[in-house]
Design a protein around this ligand. Structure first.
Ligand code: EPZ
Length: 416
């Protein structure tokens, strides 16, 4: 398995352009099957989760190719509606195909989706919502078999503002005859992006980004050329890498309003941050001060930045508490950080972090995407050499992570 070998202590400096958002591109790829015309996703990140979705498309009969950084999709020849275990279980985003396949074929058969092991990750809310749209669902072992005479319209009240469920309802009902409303919808910016993408194809969706979304079904959707939003989690990860190494970098292709909570925390934490249009400039102001936060659905602190922020807090002054409210098992990186000398104790869904002067280089193992990124950040700070194993997890969501860090002055190499 590939690993990163890092010699800590270098301050990051330089410029980096942030990629398009993984969690925007994945549901958009699912949405591309709702037209037989060409769909172009500009500047699509070449990450493992994208390739996993493209493998599903190929299996279903779709065609795709990369031209420079753009992903060109054509799903006119799509002729299957089943996704087998080997294609569904590597990624959570396979679940988005449920809504899109039901919209196109009125039937779908998918194996239980996978994704990072950060909790049970059930899909009960997806199933309840699809049933509200008139879909008949049957679970045979780990197979989910769905069918509908037609996709009904409805008012759907989500018990929890689930991102994937909100996206699945939109994908399933965008061609229905009539209006569907989602109440207590997730408000993540990536859902706004999915709405913009589908509306650029002729859909009539309103209200994404708020807790009430209206989908007014249309007859059909045309092709489109779409540039997804920036990856706010990649952006936050590099900002935290700058803070943990005491460096200063410039990030472009950003929208600071989508990452304001982290920016505010870092500003109060000794970093100087200036924003100029799509550029964020961050300069560390020396030893960071600890702070506490709790993760919650957008616009609260993003769960996808919890692990990376924990690494910074491990070497910040004072005691910080982190409460993980979104996933029930998203502290797998704690034991690995403790191996590096971090002082962390976990009580239920709260981690108490006592800042230490500096971490020590060790061999540690990534167990999920964002936890793996947090270990890299810890290695950038640590005294001596850190080896992060199982970097496959990291490469699911970050393209050329080691290369980008090296371009900013980090001493990091990838070894097979
Ligand atoms: C999306 O996952 C993202 N993944 C996750 O990013 C992100 O952490 C999460 O939203 C929250 O922002 C993609 O977009 C591909 P949820 P998703 O449905 O849709 C529970 C990353 O690192 N739940 O909002 O799975 C669930 O178990 C990844 O990029 C149910 O109980 O998130 C979790 O505790 C990780 N039943 C909570 O809701 C359901 O049917 C949030 O899940 C669905 C979800």
């Amino acid at each position: 398995m590939d690993k990163y070998v890092i010699n800590g202590g270098n301050k990051l400096s330089g410029k980096i352009r942030i990629e398009s958002a993984k969690n925007s591109v994945l549901p958009i790829i699912a949405g591309s099957i709702l037209t037989n015309q060409q769909v172009v996703i500009k500047n699509c990140p070449k990450i493992k989760d994208v390739y996993a979705m493209l493998e599903i498309l190929s299996y279903l009969g779709g065609k795709w190719t990369f031209e420079q950084g753009d992903l060109i999709l054509n799903n006119a020849s799509l002729n299957r509606y089943d996704i087998p275990k080997e294609l569904a279980s590597p990624v959570r985003s396979s679940v988005f195909m449920l809504g899109a396949l039901l919209c196109r074929f009125k039937k779908a058969k998918i194996h239980q989706p996978g994704g990072c092991n950060i909790g049970k990750r059930p899909i009960d809310l997806h199933i309840l919502a699809l049933e509200d749209l008139g879909v008949k669902t049957e679970c045979l072992g780990e197979q989910i078999i769905c069918s509908a005479k037609e996709i009904k319209t409805n008012n759907i009240y989500l018990n929890y503002p689930s991102v994937g469920t909100t996206e699945n309802i939109i994908l399933c009902s965008v061609l229905s005859k009539g209006k569907t409303q989602i109440f207590n919808a997730a408000k993540e910016p990536e859902i706004v992006d999915l709405m913009k993408f589908l509306n650029s194809m002729g859909a009539k969706i309103y209200g994404a980004g708020t807790s009430t979304i209206l989908i007014d079904g249309v007859e059909n959707l045309s092709g489109t050329e779409f540039t997804p939003m920036f990856d706010r989690i990649e952006c936050g990860t590099f900002m935290l890498a700058t803070a943990i190494t005491g460096g200063e970098i410039e990030l472009s292709n950003c929208n600071a309003k989508n990452i304001s909570l982290l920016t505010n925390k870092l500003c109060n934490n000794t970093c100087k941050i200036t924003i100029n249009n799509d550029i964020i400039y961050i300069k560390s102001g020396g030893k960071p001060k600890g702070f506490s936060f709790a993760t919650n659905p957008y616009p609260q602190f993003p769960t996808d930045l919890q692990a990376q922020t924990m690494s910074l807090l491990c070497v910040s002054e004072g005691v910080s508490t982190i409460t993980e409210n979104v996933f029930e098992n998203r502290f797998n990186h704690v034991n690995e950080l403790v191996k590096m000398g971090a002082d962390i104790s976990v009580k239920g869904k709260t981690a108490i972090v006592k800042g230490v002067k500096r971490l020590n280089g060790k061999t540690v193992t990534a167990t999920d995407l964002r936890g793996g990124a947090s270990l890299v950040l810890a290695g950038l700070n640590a005294e001596g050499q850190t080896t992060v194993e199982n970097v496959y997890y990291i490469e699911r969501g970050y393209s050329d992570f080691d290369k980008k860090l090296r371009s900013l002055g980090a001493d990091i190499i990838k070894q097979g």
